[in-house]
Design a binder for this molecule. Structure first.
Ligand code: NAD
Ligand code: UD1
Length: 347
């Protein structure tokens, strides 16, 4: 049974990936410090997989930090002792708040860059040289109204973005050093949103959320009084910013295809934009959310948020051509599934 180590596997995106992996009959090991997630997610993953295929016991969880060399060694060695070594790693563990990264840059460099170094050292030591890395559209230089391709100019404007680019560069150096050994795919996510259709998994960041969907859910449920829309004077059709929102299950399925590729193909290094290629404005998201969920809430226009760009949409043609994958869910599904999770989980 092919064994995959998922770092950060109990977080928002990681937990959905674990479901997809188990449904494809992979053996899954998770390491997560729970700094931004909850062990309840493990139970939800098992519950979902029990309903669908009974492979819920093929997942093992280690609570710990990717910076803990001893723990990583223990995980890799015990897999070898069990005659079922880790075949590949999906690396999601990291800190992801742009705002926090501006306030605490060293914590971001330590977790995201140093943490990845420790992980890569362990992988090298145990000859596990296949990795899918969670990168971000935030590494690109802001551009006004063009689709972003993998060759668009790079230029992150936050410490968070700088750490993501630093990891991509580190992985690039690694493959240059041993071109016949490593297989590396950087998936550059655009805006992952939504939730598992069961309503058992969704996005539940610790602390006060900064991103649109978690805030939208709190406004729609009455926890927050209104949504503050950051700017209505952007150069877009309705004055609000446009983003490429992608359903988290489409994103999870992109990882399964990327994994298939790195498990089968000869050594390579690939950067792929993972988005739908379609942009939606903040106002369009708000209106869709109200329509599909038949709910009402207040919003008000506020000043622009520092660091925002008017238009961030993926040219996803490379991903469509390299992966056996295409996004299947639309913005209605994203709004409906996110709300279903909020409603059922009461989180
Ligand atoms: P998340 O915070 O929900 O998940 C990250 C998980 O990693 C959490 O469960 C957290 O507890 C864990 N973690 C953090 N530091 C750790 C450490 N040192 N050791 C072990 N575990 C640790 O975030 P997410 O939205 O699921 O994002 C997953 C990855 O995707 C992150 O690397 C993020 O930067 C990247 N990404 C996310 C988005 C997005 O919009 N959500 C966009 C682009 C890229
Ligand atoms: C943000 C980060 C990006 C990161 C991504 C995922 C910034 C500038 N960018 O992307 O680096 O990769 O999160 O973590 O922080 N909005 C409102 N009101 C709100 C919240 C958001 O109007 O209360 C708007 C924003 O201006 C933006 C859109 O909603 O236009 C989406 O915002 P968000 O969910 O924060 O994602 P990004 O800004 O695309």
């Amino acid at each position: 049974m092919t064994k995959i180590l998922v770092t950060g596997g109990l977080g928002f995106i990681g937990s959905h990936i674990c479901v997809s992996l188990l449904e494809k009959n992979y053996n899954v090991i998770v390491i997560d410090s729970l700094i931004n997630s909850d062990e309840d997610n493990l139970l939800s993953i098992k519950k979902i997989c029990k309903f669908s295929n009974n492979f819920s016991n093929h997942i093992t969880f280690f609570k710990g930090d990717i910076k803990d060399k001893e723990l990583l060694i223990n995980i890799f060695e015990s897999s070898i002792e069990d005659n079922n070594p880790i075949d590949a790693v999906i690396h999601l563990a990291g800190l992801k708040s742009v705002k926090e990264s501006v306030e605490q840059p060293l914590e971001y460099w330590e977790t995201n860059v140093f943490g990845t170094m420790i992980l890569l050292e362990a992988m090298k030591k145990y000859n596990c040289k296949k990795i899918v890395f969670s990168s971000s559209a935030t590494i690109y230089k802001p551009i006004i109204d063009e689709l972003i391709t993998e060759n668009s100019a790079l230029g992150p404007i936050s410490p968070y973005g700088s750490t993501k680019l630093a990891v991509e560069n580190m992985l690039g150096d690694l493959i240059k050093s041993k071109p016949n050994e490593w297989r590396i795919t950087n998936l550059r996510y655009f805006n992952p949103v939504g939730a598992h259709i069961s309503g058992l998994l969704g996005e539940n960041p610790k602390g006060r959320p900064n991103n649109l969907f978690p805030i939208l859910l709190k406004v729609a449920s009455g926890e927050y009084e209104k949504l503050s829309i950051f700017g209505n004077d952007w150069p877009t059709h309705d004055g609000t910013c446009i983003r490429d929102y992608i359903h988290v299950m489409d994103l999870a399925e992109a990882h399964i295809s990327a994994l298939d590729l790195i498990l089968k193909s000869s050594p390579f290094f690939l950067n792929l934009n993972i988005g739908t290629g379609k942009g939606k404005s903040v106002l369009e998201v708000v209106e869709t959310f109200k329509k599909v969920n038949r709910c009402e809430f207040k919003y008000a226009f506020n000043s622009r948020r520092e660091g925002d760009s008017p238009y961030v949409v993926a040219d996803n043609r490379l991903a469509l051509s390299k992966l056996d994958w295409k996004p299947k869910r639309n913005i209605d599904d994203m709004c409906r599934d996110a709300w279903n999770w909020k409603f059922k989980s009461k989180k």
